[in-house]
Ligand binder design. Structure first.
Ligand code: ASP
Length: 326
């Protein structure tokens, strides 16, 4: 049997590829400056991981705060193509930390990969006195090679997180990601993967990227926005969104999915205008317990940013079903 060993590295930018004109600075840098080829060249130890080839491709070169739907689409399509190649063992995507959790959830939803797709990032630019990118990249390639790894993962600061739970929780610390109450799925320790409670994660059912291949062009994607319920909230933002033709609204609600009355009135109007509303919680931990008589459907415990991704994909799917039925 031939063992698939090729690892594909896809570059999208981020701090890991960032540089500063101030020698050694940790902040005040420009993200997305160095190509993925150069990132690889700076880590000779990569050659010692597995015996396989590293294939590099630059998909984008951005600060991930500026992530777009068209880059997501390009990324998903390339991942689907590479994953269909039996020689490819896994994919590593270098990415900024700011929207990494959204890209992770998007890719997980459209690809459901049985092979690992590892999102790799850094909190310090490549020109920092002690950059964290090289170790994170080495660890990410190790996880991509790991025979028991699968699905979309985030590897940073020695931890492995799953796409559903991971979120960025700190603006500066090297340890910027957390999976909240469930904790990391595992760790990378001196070149070895250790799964939490020694439990190897179950491989997801591989749909071989079917959804990624059939997504429409991004300019045809529905518009889904996030609004926040907060003290003093009103309905103006929701009414403005409805007036400009928004398709879906995710509410970052307070506590156990509660919404300010003034905002709630506007959401009811939005639903009457055929806008799809979903409720997520602002709370970073736990999962709201939806009431049986809830006015609007809840987001299944996803944070508001990931709930937006799911609603976007559900609306795309709904459009597709309608086209089939027409
Ligand atoms: N703004 C950067 C980005 O998300 C932050 C980072 O990568 O840490 O691209």
């Amino acid at each position: 049997m031939v063992v698939a060993k090729k690892i594909v590295l896809l570059g999208t930018g981020g701090t890991i590829a960032g540089t500063s004109s101030v020698a050694g600075a940790n902040t005040g840098y420009t993200a997305g400056q160095i190509g993925v080829d150069q990132l690889i060249a700076a880590i000779p130890q990569l050659k010692d991981v597995g015996a396989g080839e590293l294939v590099a491709e630059q998909i984008a070169q951005i600060d991930s705060k500026d992530m777009t739907h068209s880059i997501w689409l390009r990324l998903a399509r390339r991942c689907a193509q590479y994953m269909a190649d039996p020689d490819v063992r896994g994919i590593v995507i270098t990415h900024g930390t700011d929207t990494l959790e959204e890209t992770a959830w998007f890719l997980q939803q459209v690809l459901h990969p049985a092979k690992p797709i590892v999102l790799c990032s850094a909190m310090r630019p490549a020109t920092a006195l002690a950059p964290d990118g090289p170790q994170n990249l080495l660890d990410s390639v190790i996880v991509a090679h790991e025979p028991t790894a699968s699905g979309v993962l985030c590897v940073a600061a020695g931890e492995i997180h799953g796409a559903r739970e991971v979120s960025k929780v700190h603006p500066l610390r090297l340890h910027a990601f957390s999976s909240g109450e469930v904790g990391p799925m595992g760790w990378v320790e001196d070149g070895r993967v250790r799964w939490a409670r020694d439990r190897v994660p179950l491989a997801p059912v591989d749909t071989t990227g079917a959804l990624a291949r059939t997504l429409p062009e991004s300019d045809e994607w529905p518009e889904v926005e996030i609004v926040v319920s907060h003290a003093g909230a009103g309905g103006a933002v929701v009414r403005a969104l409805v007036a400009q033709g928004v398709d879906g609204i995710v509410v970052a609600a307070t506590g156990n999915a509660s919404v300010h009355d003034a905002l709630g009135e506007a959401l009811d109007e939005a639903v009457k205008a055929d806008v799809v509303v979903r409720i997520a919680s602002r709370c970073p931990l736990g999962r709201p317990l939806p009431a049986a008589d809830a006015r609007w459907p809840d987001a299944g415990g996803l944070n508001p940013m990931k709930a937006r991704v799911s609603l976007l994909l559900d609306l795309i799917d709904g459009d597709r079903q309608e086209q089939v039925e027409d």
